[in-house]
Design a protein around this ligand. Sequence first.
Ligand code: IPE
Ligand code: IPE
Ligand code: MG
Length: 245
Amino acid sequence: MMATAAATHQPVPEVLPRHVAIIMDGNGRWAARRHLPRAAGHRAGVEAVRTVTRAARAMGLEALTLYAFSSENWRRPEDEVSGLMGLLKFFIRHDLAELVRENVRLRVIGDYRRFPADVVALVEDAVERTAANTGPILAIALNYGAQAELVAAAQRLAARAAAGGMDPAAIDVDAVERELETRELPPLDLLIRTSGEQRLSNFLLWQAAYAELLFVETLWPDFGAADLAAAVDAFGRRQRRYGGL
Ligand code: IPE
Ligand code: IPE
Ligand code: MG
C-alpha cells in the first residue's frame, strides 16, 4: 500500500488509524519451522520491530504500541526470559540514536521496574533521551498486564476517595482513563495480533473496547511494512459504529 501510494503519488488513505497496537506473536514457531532455537526467532523478531516502527513512522501513525513482554511471560524458562532482556538492551543500544534523530517519543507501559537493574536503567535513560521529542510515540509494553494496570488504577482512585479527595460517584470513564498507562496516547484504533492466535493475552483490555481487531496468520518475524500497510488498509475499510447506526 505504502509502496503503491508512493509510486503513484496517491494520497495516504483517508482513514488512518491514529494509534496501532501489536501483539507480536509467533517468534518461537518461526524458529521451530527452521529447526532453530527459540532465541533465533526472538532475534528475528527484533528485526521486524525495526522494520515495522520505521514503516509506522513513514505512514504517519501518531502512536504505535508493541507488546514485547507480558506480565505472564515470566512463566517461560529463565534462559528465554534473560535472552529477551538481552534483546531489549540490544534494541535500545542499536536503535535509540535513530529514534532520537527521528523525533520519536519512546514510552514504556507496564511494570518494567521488575526487570534487572541494568535493564531498568537503560530503559529509563532511553525514555529520558527522547522526552524532548515532539513526534510519533513508540510505546513498548514491558512486563505489562492489563488486569494489573486496571487494578492499580482502581487502587489509586480508591485511595483518593478514602482520603476524602474524591467523591466515589465522580469516578467515571474519564477518571479511570486518566489513571491508565496509556493516558498520553491517542485512543487505540487498531489492535493487530500476528501468528494466528485469536486472544488478547491480557493486553490493553480497557483500551480495546472499541478498537478494531485484526488477527493475521503471519508470524511476527515475517511481518513487514507491506503487512502493516495491509492492516491499515483493512482498518480503513472497516465501519466503526460505536453502538450507533
Ligand atoms: C512472541 O513470540 C514473543 C514474546 C512473547 C516475547 P512467542 O515467543 O510467543 O512465539 P510462539 O508463540 O512461541 O511462536
Ligand atoms: C503475548 O504472547 C505476549 C507478547 C507478545 C509479548 P504470548 O505468546 O505470551 O501469549 P499466549 O501465552 O500465547 O497467550
Ligand atoms: Mg506466543
